[in-house]
Design a protein around this ligand. Structure first.
Ligand SMILES: Cc1ncc(COP(=O)(O)O)c(C=O)c1O
Length: 426
């Protein structure tokens, strides 16, 4: 805290650029925490917000509903294969808390009260609330709270760059899947397997190999374990597909969306479930089967109206197919970035790139914390008119999806230059 006393104050957003109180411009290289789709002040989104603000700002979803929440619910079900019902909340963490609670209560609803445990992947991240920290335990972030988190069974993630030497990558994937199946066979008290969809982001940007997610989904079905997917960071096109779990050929029982759902303009998240889960909650009042969960701003009409316009814009602008070209723009620079002396690994998919910085390429030694590389990169990036935030020694490029090719080139050129500049400090 001592080292970050004074922040620049952002007062305006214009397209891909953030503008501070002194008029300095920064390219938003992290999509304002991975949620911005169209850039800032997008006319259609702002107009949708103004229009809805004049009609209804908030009305509760307790015993009532509102038109925007209904329309968005229908739309989300339509675009999410296998999902039938929507439960709204405010952010990714709450969407995941809801997923956990829904799974636990589902088993109680159908009389299998012992099924209360969760299995998750190492390095997974699901948010900062207590339940989310439990299922997505990242030691660097959460070690101070370890004693109060509930126990979870962890299994290894097939991380190509950092895996045990005795395996090939293919063998290691098999090993990871076998481990999961062994746990499923051994424990009859499992409620669900939880994983991020497509890739782990906050835990180090680990992109799953093809079929990995699909095979876990199949194991869950085979062994009567619910499959919960977290698409908070990867849904709506970050990895190149609109619905990531569909691209992964996996079908969840419960899936969480957040971040880019409103184009990154208002807080809104959704937890979607299959009909099977929903039906288990039906009963008469005395049965007390209903889901005791709700937040004040659940289904907020302003956020839902913004999300509806955002999703319409994807279609109108053909964003997902246009981004295939921009993804190749990233791809073309992988070799050049990998050759830099402090770059150990470059991981890229869709509109996401991670650059892992090391002090020794052969030994893959991460740059130690005391070098404060994250801070140096932030400062250097600002000099290059770019807002970048690293995950420790891992740089992340997560621009708004609609970034222009020219601006993406600016981001990539700037990143290479920033790495060269900080190399002397390693
Ligand atoms: C995969 C994943 N799940 C959940 C969350 C938590 O979302 P929020 O910060 O909106 O609570 C995040 C946030 O980065 C995330 O990346």
């Amino acid at each position: 805290m001592n080292e970050w006393k004074k922040f620049d104050v952002i007062t305006k957003g214009d397209g891909m650029w953030l503008i501070d109180s002194k008029g300095n411009k920064l390219l938003d290289g992290v999509a304002s925490m991975w949620c911005n789709v169209w850039g800032h002040s997008k006319k259609e989104l702002v107009n949708a917000m103004i229009k809805q603000t004049k009609k209804l700002q908030h009305s509760s979803l307790f015993n009532l509903t509102n038109d925007q929440a209904e329309l968005l619910g229908e739309k989300l079900v339509k675009i999410s294969p296998g999902m039938n019902k929507v439960f709204y909340s405010d952010d990714g963490s709450t969407a995941m808390e809801i997923a956990i609670k829904m799974a636990i209560q589902y088993w109680q609803n159908i009389g299998k009260k012992n099924k209360i445990k969760f299995v998750t992947l190492d390095n997974g991240y699901h948010g900062d609330t207590i339940g989310a920290m439990s299922i997505g335990y990242v030691p660097t972030f959460f070690s101070k709270f370890k004693n109060i988190l509930f126990p979870v069974i962890k299994t290894p993630t097939p991380h190509k760059y950092r895996m045990p030497k005795k395996y090939t990558y293919e063998e290691y994937q098999e090993y990871c899947l076998e481990k999961i199946e062994k746990i499923f066979v051994k424990n009859n008290d499992l409620a669900a397997f939880v994983m991020e969809s497509g890739a782990q982001i906050a835990g180090g940007v680990i992109i799953y190999p093809p079929e990995f997610q699909k095979k876990i989904s199949q194991l869950c079905k085979k062994h009567e374990v619910l499959f919960i997917l977290d698409e908070v960071a990867t849904g709506f096109g970050r990895l190149g597909s609109f619905i990531e779990y569909h691209a992964q050929k996996s079908i969840p029982d419960i899936v969480a969306y957040g971040k880019m759902l409103t184009g990154g303009y208002l807080p809104l998240a959704a937890t979607l479930t299959s009909q099977k889960i929903y039906d288990s909650y039906l009963g008469s009042y005395e049965d007390m089967r209903h889901f005791f969960h709700g937040h004040t701003f659940t289904g907020n009409p302003l956020a839902c109206a913004t999300a509806l316009t955002n999703l319409e814009l994807y279609d109108k602008n053909n964003l997902i197919s246009k981004n295939k070209i921009k993804s190749r723009q990233f791809e073309k620079r992988v070799g050049e970035i990998s050759n830099l002396s402090i770059v150990g690994d470059v991981r890229h998919k869709g509109m996401l790139m991670a650059i892992e910085l090391v002090s020794n390429k052969n030994k893959k030694t991460p740059i130690s914390l005391d070098k404060k590389i994250h801070q140096k990169i932030f400062v250097e990036a600002k000099k290059h008119k770019i807002y970048l935030r690293t995950l420790g020694h891992i740089m992340m490029l997560v621009p708004p999806l609609a970034i222009s090719e020219k601006e993406l080139e600016f981001l990539l050129d700037g990143t290479i230059d920033i790495i060269k500049k900080v190399t002397k400090d390693v």
